[in-house]
Design a binder for this molecule. Structure first.
Ligand code: WQD
Length: 339
């Protein structure tokens, strides 16, 4: 199948591109490179030994998107990973977040349907689940658009749009993938997470402390009602997550479906930092800070539906993820800019 990945040069997009190429599919990446580098596309080609077409452009622009379909078609499927994703920033720039994160979907859906795509896979988030009483979250757990930030709300709003569009296009496969916390890197060390500025998320922050670019890991709260007092999350190796997209595309049936992509195993902040220290072989400076606004104590999923229907399970461990993340970061201390 020939797959258009919007946001295909980003952290999840690059790993998904490798997984698709390894599985014998063709990829076209559409990316504005606002939070990644064209080097990512070169590295995807290097890892796979295959051709990678990169179109540098804005996936929220209908003219750009229609041009990709006209010039790079026929395209069988769209994987939509093009989004602004900084939770804190989204509270400061709500209009930019709603606009970008919805306009991309509108442009990709319109052009895709006009050009006869069979599948549309959307990158959503476990952040849409609302009620801790539902842990571990199944796909039927309560969701809410009343989330603490525009980023999370934009994900849920997209899901609502896609469900309605799927209803009037019964031949289309519309698949929502709700990611839990993607971490790790490709085992080659050639691609990995490379956020611009100071990372918001735990794992890339720890990676930068380990290379000495940041001073110490700040642990946001050790007084949660969890076994060690720090937050619990479902950290999923990005290569497993990428393989989840391949499974979704290969197994998808016409209609609308939602799948959690996670491990189902909660890991605390302290456990993640300790795993990273094992990978690096030394202790990392850390300090306990107050809780971060908007954080929940625990978020982890029940991934049984994806196992049952997509024949997909996350097999990589937290030690695999920290080893691969450290391999990437130590070889590329400044991320893609190292090259
Ligand atoms: C994980 C844990 C923090 C940073 C968010 C979005 C989600 C997804 C990923 C993506 C929490 C703690 C963090 C730090 C810390 N979106 N922490 N020190 O908040 O679960 O998920 O990002 O693109 O939709 O909601 O991920 O990595 O920020 O935090 O102690 O410097 O680490 O409190 O317990 P989160 P995270």
């Amino acid at each position: 199948m020939r797959v258009l990945l919007a946001g295909g040069a980003g952290f999840i997009g690059a790993h998904t591109s490798v997984a698709l190429l390894d599985a014998g599919h063709e990829v076209i990446l559409l990316d504005d490179l606002s939070n990644t580098s064209a080097i990512a596309a070169e590295r995807i080609a290097q890892i796979t030994g295959k051709t990678v077409e990169l179109v540098v452009g804005d996936a929220s622009d209908p003219v750009v998107v229609a041009g990709v379909f006209d010039e790079h078609g026929p395209i069988d499927a769209v994987v939509h990973l093009a989004a602004f994703k900084a939770v804190g920033e989204s509270t400061q720039k709500p209009l930019e977040y709603y606009s970008n994160n919805l306009d991309t979907t509108f442009a990709l859906l319109r052009a895709g349907i006009d050009h006869g795509i069979r599948s549309f896979v959307f990158s959503s988030s476990g952040t849409v689940y609302a009620d801790p009483a539902d842990l571990p979250f199944t796909e039927e757990a309560t969701t809410s658009v009343d989330l603490s930030n525009p980023y999370g709300k934009s994900k849920r709003m997209n899901e609502v749009v896609l469900e309605d569009v799927a209803r009037v296009h019964p031949d289309l496969n519309v698949t929502i993938l709700r990611y839990f916390n993607p971490v790790g890197a490709h085992e080659s060390g050639l691609i990995g997470e490379d956020p611009s500025g100071i990372p918001n998320n735990l794992m890339p922050y720890v990676q930068r402390v380990a290379v000495g670019a940041l001073e110490r890991v700040g642990i946001f709260g050790d007084d949660y009602d969890t076994p060690d007092g720090t937050g619990l999350r479902d950290y999923i190796h990005v290569v497993d997550l990428a393989l989840g997209h391949v499974a979704a595309l290969e197994k998808a049936q016409p209609g609308f479906a939602i799948y959690n992509l996670g491990t189902g195993r909660p890991v605390s902040v302290l456990e993640l930092v300790s795993a990273f220290e094992r990978a690096v072989g030394r202790e990392l400076p850390r300090e306990i800070l107050p809780r971060r606004a908007g954080d929940v104590a625990a978020s982890y999923c029940d991934p049984a539906k994806a196992a049952r229907e997509l024949d997909w399970v996350a097999v990589r461990t937290i030690d695999d993820a920290t080893r691969d993340a450290w391999n990437w970061q130590s070889r590329n201390p400044q991320g893609f800019a190292t090259a």
